[in-house]
Design a protein around this ligand. Structure first.
Ligand code: ATP
Length: 328
């Protein structure tokens, strides 16, 4: 039985040496990234190595990513190489609060060429949880491939989770909001930020982290039984309707956790670290409030080094961070 299957892009983040606008950066560090890849590695570090369906280009960048995934213990049965495509590259710039902007180089790259049917029905029948993100919905055939996966995962009674990971600038000729609504309708769990939901047309333009309770309700109104709203340094809020397996009551269950204070160095991938923590906890049967605390601790720890994967923690590192916090 495969507990967890993650699907989507693996790419290289070029993380700047210092802070400042992209046109001023001279030196970048090469780091493996891509939201689903971050989630897959996050799960592996937590001792839950998932099956990971991704597609890498041939050539040295693809080789580097394949090696990284293997070294991290991500299960390789669904890691494809594309002989006719490059690997997606993303240049990152960081502002003084360690927040960041991205410049994607992603024209016809391998991850856009994921094809329907690569995950067969037998694999899905033995999978408890399938997670995907929004970036591969920007292009064809990876959009059709991902919707096909989510539909069949639904039919196979897997828990389906989705992170819009809003990058509307990648959606040329396709409406990000429409694509998101379709993905929400196929999902049981959605992890999002207020910014994602504004881009998805589910929240009004002024919505922010302070509106998380209302935004979580709006997510659940569109199909998912569980909404996980992250709020940067302020932690996260979750809402689960009565049909969620982790809601033992007949009423919607709301949980909040204020996060763990750390000195952030680079918040790239913090949301993915949160997703890895939430999936590991919820798929193991933890209560919603514990899953939220655990996911916040995983995410807080992930911000303490440059690169989305670098500081993804093991379980014992999560435990230490939580114990240190509780002792203060
Ligand atoms: P990303 O796009 O970088 O993956 P995101 O924008 O999806 O992240 P955020 O809400 O910014 O998501 O952060 C996700 C989680 O990471 C938060 O819920 C919190 O647990 C943790 N986190 C983010 N920033 C900080 C910080 N400065 N200090 C502590 N924890 C943080």
């Amino acid at each position: 039985m495969t507990r967890l299957l993650v699907a989507g892009e693996t790419l290289i983040d070029f993380v700047p040496e210092g802070h400042g606008a992209l046109d001023a950066v001279e030196t970048f560090h090469r780091r493996a990234g891509g939201a689903p890849a971050n989630v897959a590695v996050g799960l592996a570090r937590l001792g839950e190595p998932p099956l990971f369906w991704t597609r890498l280009g041939e050539g040295p960048f693809g080789d580097y990513l394949a090696r990284t995934l293997a070294d991290e213990g991500v299960r390789e049965g669904l890691i494809e190489r594309d002989p006719d495509a490059d690997t997606t590259l993303v240049f990152v710039s960081l502002d003084p609060d360690a927040d960041r902007a991205f410049s994607f180089h992603r024209n016809g790259t391998a991850d856009t060429r994921m094809r329907p049917g690569a995950v067969d029905d037998d694999t899905l029948a033995g999978t408890e949880w399938v997670h995907a993100g929004g970036v591969v919905l920007a292009d064809e055939p990876s959009r059709t491939a991902t919707f096909d996966l989510l539909s069949r995962a639904n039919a196979a009674d897997a828990v389906v989770s989705f992170d819009p990971n809003a990058r509307p600038e990648l959606f040329e000729g396709t409406d990000f909001a429409d694509v998101c609504r379709r993905a929400f309708a196929l999902s049981d769990v959605v992890k999002a930020t207020a910014e994602d939901l504004v881009a998805a047309g589910i929240a009004g333009p002024g919505a922010d982290d302070g509106d998380a309770a209302e935004l979580a309700r709006a997510v659940c109104d569109r199909g998912p039984h569980t909404a996980l709203l992250t709020r940067g340094p302020d932690g996260a809020l979750a809402r689960a309707t009565p049909d969620a397996p982790w809601n033992p009551t007949d009423e919607p269950l709301v949980a909040e956790h204020g996060g763990y204070p750390v000195d952030p160095v680079d918040t790239t991938g913090a949301g993915d670290a949160f997703t890895a923590g939430a999936l590991a906890a919820l798929s193991a049967g933890d209560p919603l409030s514990e899953a939220l605390a655990f996911a916040n601790a995983v995410a807080a720890r992930s911000t303490t080094a440059k690169g989305a994967m670098t500081a993804l923690p093991t379980r014992s590192e999560v435990r230490s961070l939580r114990e240190a916090h509780e002792a203060t």
